[in-house]
Design a protein around this ligand. Structure first.
Ligand code: NAD
Length: 660
């Protein structure tokens, strides 16, 4: 069995272990048993995580549990509501889960918060376990016992402090996490270094590439150190009377960024990254740290690929947003500030308006505005160069390289892109910029490498997909170019350049695209179009030698009855793009056909309504199906028929099954 490490969150009779390791799910039953966890278990997860890990968790507990059910909620923050919670309760009640049951939260922070609150309130409280599957959940939300759902009037307004019995953190689960989620989680990891542990901060500076490359030892070290820091804080102030508030470092301004940008357009961790740099600049202004500390914090965040540029809203708008967030009282702003790196304090800032006006007009912001105003490419180059001279970690190197490239100064463009990517190894637009220069220089295999790195960092980086499509076309692989462009189009359906390029390549793709055009002009169009792009973007890409796992091929396998082969491809597609609803449904269908006897009662909550797709099957391979109405000792735990095939619900006790 794989090794695991442990820390204890010491809260008296509510103390609990956090286990860390790579591939340690197999230990779950043994660890549940150590905590005396109930044997009636309901696993709460969401539809994305279900496809990836529910089978492993079920297998890990099947010999331990007497009764088990899987409750699948829809994916997304918008489902972290009372309505979803009520549906979860309904299903627990219908399935006969009584006070001797326990819940397992399997998922990111949304699932963990909701399932934790379900556990806190179901039958006045039942035990629960956290199996966090995002980095943010592993280093933050699964530890400390804050559980909640959102209300229409605000986030996390309804909840409870309720500690889990066990947190099991398996870093191998991060392999399927989209790169952007991984980086967002790293923002919280950086936070722990800044507020509590200078040595850890330095370690992070030296290990960014390992962390982004999902090196397991580095991940375990980062996650464990973060949890240890959070545990120490929670042990001293479980209910946030004072000390725990330091965990809000970067969050005061970060929440304002989220509010003003619109929830969803920016990830929480990205907003916290911006907020941390503002907090660092404010700390410098208050003479609590050196300019060099601020530079180091900016450097680390940027090298991870996290944003630090402040979105352009007026200082007043930021102040109003922070006031709405109850951070401004009688004109005074309460902020967590860093003292150097590795220590922090909470300070009330007087006259925040003046300070924020100055902060939001940083030289970088001014320089970028100047560059954008300048109509001449040389003017832009001068402005960008000046910014880079002041801040070698600025992401502006992408624009500078692009400006050189567009002027045909390819050596300069390459030099800037190489230096920039070396300074900021986690910043994926940098690799796209590098790829474009290399493509223009005819260095196609090096360009492929650069685009592949960009896509590893951010699988939804549309510009990298477009850049790579151009390379593939030059290499004489129009089919691969087409696949890549289709992926770029699925990320941004309004991208008319991609539509045009696809039209010129011909073949079947999404609506509204002209399918005419011959191969000769296709190539020209695509080359032209790809040269036009600047940068943004985000999705993943396969290595040159392995073709993209396509849904069409999997569909063919499925039709021919090659179900395992089809399932393998569907799973690969979901790993690359967990949001593909149609693929997920096909996989569920195959899984049911392939191995019905290993399934368990599964309640899928659609939107916020009740169980309209309840398909419940048996737990044990040795299960024995009882025809309707037959006598048995097993108890029927649920009967809530919904629609034809999906109407029948099954109740089980281990080794027995009733179909209703
Ligand atoms: N309780 C706390 O102390 C605390 C602290 C911080 C944040 N939070 C809460 O956490 C929530 C955000 O959590 P989050 O960032 O984990 O978001 P999330 O739970 O929405 O997960 C992000 C996305 O990743 C997917 N996902 C999860 N695990 C995956 C995996 N291993 N592979 C592929 N995809 C995977 C999810 O389905 C989702 O689409 C917010 O609701 C926030 O309020 C709570």
């Amino acid at each position: 069995m794989n090794e695991c490490q442990k820390i204890i969150v010491g809260l008296g009779d509510r103390s609990y272990p956090i286990l860390f390791g790579n591939g340690i799910l197999g230990r779950l039953a043994e660890e549940l048993s150590k905590t005396g966890f109930p044997k009636q278990i309901a696993i709460i997860t969401n539809e994305t995580v279900e496809d990836l890990y529910a089978a492993d968790v079920l297998a890990a507990v099947e010999n331990y549990a007497d009764k088990i059910a899987l409750i699948v909620i829809p994916d997304g923050e918008k489902y972290k509501t009372l309505s979803t919670l009520e549906t979860v309760f309904s299903n627990l009640i219908e399935q006969g889960f009584d006070r001797t049951c326990g819940l397992i939260a399997l998922g990111g922070g949304v699932v963990g918060d909701l399932a934790g609150f379900a556990a806190a309130s179901y039958l006045r409280g039942v035990p629960f376990v956290q199996i966090p599957t995002t980095l943010l959940a592993q280093v933050d939300s699964s530890v400390g016992g804050k559980t909640a759902v959102n209300h229409a009037l605000g986030k996390n307004l309804i909840g409870a402090f309720y500690q889990p019995r066990l947190v099991l953190i398996d870093v191998s689960m991060l392999r399927t996490l989209p790169a952007r989620e991984l980086k967002a989680g790293l923002a919280e990891v950086v936070k722990y270094g800044v507020i509590r542990n200078r040595g850890f901060f330095s370690w992070l500076e030296n290990n960014v590439t390992n962390l982004l490359g999902l090196d397991e030892e580095s991940l375990i070290h980062a996650v464990m150190t973060s949890c240890q820091i959070k545990a120490n804080i929670v042990e001293n102030d479980e209910k946030e009377a004072s000390l725990r508030a330091i965990l809000n470092y970067g969050h005061t301004f970060g929440h304002a960024v989220e509010q003003l940008s619109g929830y969803g357009s920016i990830k929480h961790g990205e907003a916290v990254s911006i907020g941390m740099l503002v907090a660092a600049k404010l700390s410098r202004h208050e003479d609590l740290c050196q300019a060099a500390d601020v530079e180091r914090i900016a450097g680390l965040l940027n090298s991870i690929g996290l944003p630090t540029d402040i979105p352009r809203f007026a200082p007043d708008e930021y102040l109003e947003a922070m006031a709405r967030d109850k951070k401004v009282h009688h004109g005074t702003l309460r902020f967590v500030l860093n003292r150097g790196i590795g220590d922090c304090l909470i300070k009330d800032i007087e006259s925040p308006g003046t300070i924020f006006s100055a902060l939001l007009q940083s030289p970088d912001t001014k320089g970028r505005a100047m560059a954008e105003k300048s109509s001449s490419p040389l003017g832009k180059i001068a402005a960008y160069t000046e910014i880079l001279a002041k801040d070698p970690h600025s992401t502006v190197f992408v624009s500078l390289s692009e400006a050189y490239r567009q002027l045909g100064m390819l050596d300069d463009a390459l030099d800037v892109a190489l230096k920039g990517t070396a300074n900021l190894p986690g910043f994926c637009p940098g690799y796209s910029a590098l790829g474009r220069v290399l493509t223009q220089q005819g260095e196609l295999s090096k360009a492929t490498e650069a685009f592949a790195t960009a896509l590893e960092l951010d699988p939804e980086h549309a510009q990298a997909l477009k850049g790579l499509a151009k390379v593939r076309l030059r290499q004489g692989s129009p089919e691969q170019a087409r696949e890549l462009l289709l992926r770029a189009l699925s990320i941004n359906p309004d991208d008319s350049t991609v539509r045009k390029q696809l039209a010129s390549l011909g073949g079947d793709h999404s609506s509204g695209v002209n399918k005419t055009g011959d191969a000769g002009t296709d190539a020209e169009d695509l080359h032209q179009g790809a040269d036009d792009v600047v940068d943004s973007g985000t999705d993943e890409e396969p290595p040159e030698s392995s073709p993209i796992p396509t849904e069409t091929i999997a569909d063919l396998y499925r039709k021919q009855g090659l179900l395992k082969e089809a399932a393998a491809i569907y799973r690969d597609i979901l790993r690359l793009d967990p949001q593909r609803e149609t693929v997920r449904n096909k996989l569920i269908e195959i899984k049911t056909l392939l191995d019905p006897d290993r399934s368990v009662p599964t309640i899928r909550l659609q939107g916020t309504s009740i169980t309209d797709k309840a398909v419940a099957l048996a737990v044990s391979p040795a299960v024995e199906r009882q025809p309707e109405g037959s006598a048995s000792e097993s108890k029927v735990v649920s009967a809530d028929p919904v629609s034809t095939l999906e109407k029948w619900l099954v109740s089980i006790e281990k080794g027995r099954i009733h179909v209703q």
